[in-house]
Ligand binder design. Structure first.
Ligand code: ADP
Length: 467
């Protein structure tokens, strides 16, 4: 069996058409049955009016005038549609229209007697007569004591009107359903256009077109949000992939140098066969290069640990003022050696909830960079300010600075500015620092101007006294 298409447009069209079908069906049914009921009431009113009119005629102008009027009415009415009978107290016909088409018409004794006894003014009933296709509505009415008028009318005309109405309704349905489906299909296609555009873009991105975006507008709030979110996600994926490519390039570059050196050392050691001193020097150089590689790998793992550590790292109350002071003391000798002045303005006893070791290494990385990238006679200043919202630690130097285009990337793993490639380092210090700060719920920013210096600004939340 062929399955129905499972597209959103098809399902929406089906829903619109079903909703239209059900609501029109209910409306037309209500309309049909209301018309039917109105026509039935009208017929009963006509029959009752006939009795009232003849009664008035009898009272004002007497029996002969009633008979005259009956004759006239019989002549003007279709005798297959309407009948008239004038009965005496015994039920004998004093007058009757042509009843040849009303086979099986009998007097209903119960109704006749009720009317005769003046218990009711009118006695209506519906009859099914043999050889008469349509039911008949009849009415007994008392014109005068012992004088009863029996009138009846076939439902034929009413049924014809109802049949006509049904034909019109069915015709309307036959036209309206395909029309509603067509309009529904067009609306549904318009509604899903945005979603289709997103799927097509997703396929293109999956095939490698990382620059592909969805460029449609005015598609309604939900679709527009989907489009905007999709574009933002695609942009993020693109920048992540580019970052990853750059990182892989940087790793390859950083691993190549120590490995090439180890290879050169080993080659040289092999060519100088017996000299023990040479072999020893080669082994020590190899050890040094291996340490460098191990440091690189360990720092990479530390960054990954700190980045994952938002939930995991062990925290304790830490006196950050003391930590900064210790770091300054640690780097003082190196600064003196390079003739760099370190100034320090600290607010005492600032506490945060954190991991002491990680914070120490983060501060050490930043101070190490400040001294490494600041020429002799320069200045490094450390400031710690406690604010209501949190703590602010800034480490500023008067060093070589960082070009604007590199400032966003210095926090990426393995990124090193071109002018620092000749110096020691592996491009992991700042990514480690940022991971640590973020793991403590804070953030780190950079302001820098080439040849004038750089300022790294760390913001950390204060120690919360709540458990
Ligand atoms: P590295 O081990 O190379 O210092 P980092 O991640 O610590 O790695 O720093 C990344 C790059 O940012 C460095 O290679 C350097 O180019 C630049 N950088 C970091 N700190 C400074 C600074 N204080 N002054 C100038 N450049 C800096």
């Amino acid at each position: 069996m062929r399955r129905l298409p499972n597209t959103l447009a098809f399902r929406l069209t089906l829903s619109y058409t079903t909703a239209f079908l059900v609501s029109s069906l209910v409306t037309l049914c209500v309309l049909y049955f209301s018309v039917n009921s109105i026509l039935n009431t009208r017929m009963d009113e006509d029959l009752q009016e006939d009795i009232t009119e003849y009664k008035m005629l009898y009272n004002t102008e007497g029996m002969s005038r009633v008979l005259q009027e009956l004759e006239r009415e019989v002549g003007s009415d279709d005798e297959g549609q309407v009948f008239l009978r004038l009965l005496d107290a015994e039920g004998e016909e004093l007058f009757a229209s042509d009843l040849s088409e009303w086979n099986g018409l009998k007097t209903n004794t119960r109704l006749f007697q009720t009317v005769l006894a003046s218990k009711v003014v009118h006695a209506l009933e519906t009859l099914e007569l043999e050889e008469h296709e349509f039911p008949v509505r009849t009415n007994y009415g008392l014109l005068a004591p012992g004088l009863i008028l029996h009138v009846g009318e076939s439902f034929e005309e009413k049924e014809e009107i109802m049949d006509l109405l049904l034909t019109v309704f069915v015709g309307m349905f036959c036209v309206a359903i395909p029309l509603a489906s067509g309009v529904g299909w067009m609306i549904a296609r318009k509604d899903v256009r945005g979603i289709e555009a997103v799927s097509r873009a997703a396929v293109d991105i999956e095939r490698g077109q990382l620059d592909r975006r969805v460029m449609i507008k005015n598609q309604g709030d939900e679709v527009q949000t989907l489009v905007d979110t999709f574009n933002a996600m695609a942009e993020r994926i693109r920048s992540l992939i580019i970052e990853m490519r750059e990182m892989t390039d940087n790793i390859a570059h950083d691993l190549r140098s120590p490995l090439s050196r180890i290879r050169a050392i080993s080659e040289r050691a092999l060519s100088v066969t017996t000299d023990n001193a040479h072999v020893q020097a080669a082994a020590s150089d190899t050890l040094e290069e291996c340490d460098r590689l191990l440091h690189l790998i360990n720092t990479t793992l530390d960054v990954a640990e700190a980045e994952a550590g938002v939930m995991q790292i062990d925290k304790e109350p830490v006196n950050i003022s003391k930590l900064v002071e210790d770091a300054r003391d640690l780097f003082e000798p190196a600064a003196e050696e390079k003739d760099i002045e370190i100034t320090c303005t600290l607010e005492s006893d600032c506490q945060i909830q954190g991991n002491r070791q990680m914070l120490q290494r983060m501060l050490a990385n930043l101070l190490d960079n400040a001294l490494k990238y600041t020429p002799s006679h320069g200045r490094v200043s450390i400031d710690l300010v406690g604010q209501l919202q949190g703590l602010r630690v800034s480490i500023a130097d008067t060093g070589i600075g960082i070009r604007p285009e590199d400032q966003r990337r210095v926090f990426d793993r393995f990124f090193r500015c071109d002018q620092s490639r000749s110096r020691n380092g592996c491009g992991l210090g700042l990514s480690f620092a940022r991971a640590v700060v973020r793991a403590h719920g804070g953030d780190i920013t950079l302001e820098s101007e080439p040849a004038r210096g750089s300022t790294f600004m760390i913001r950390l939340p204060r120690l919360s006294l709540r458990p």
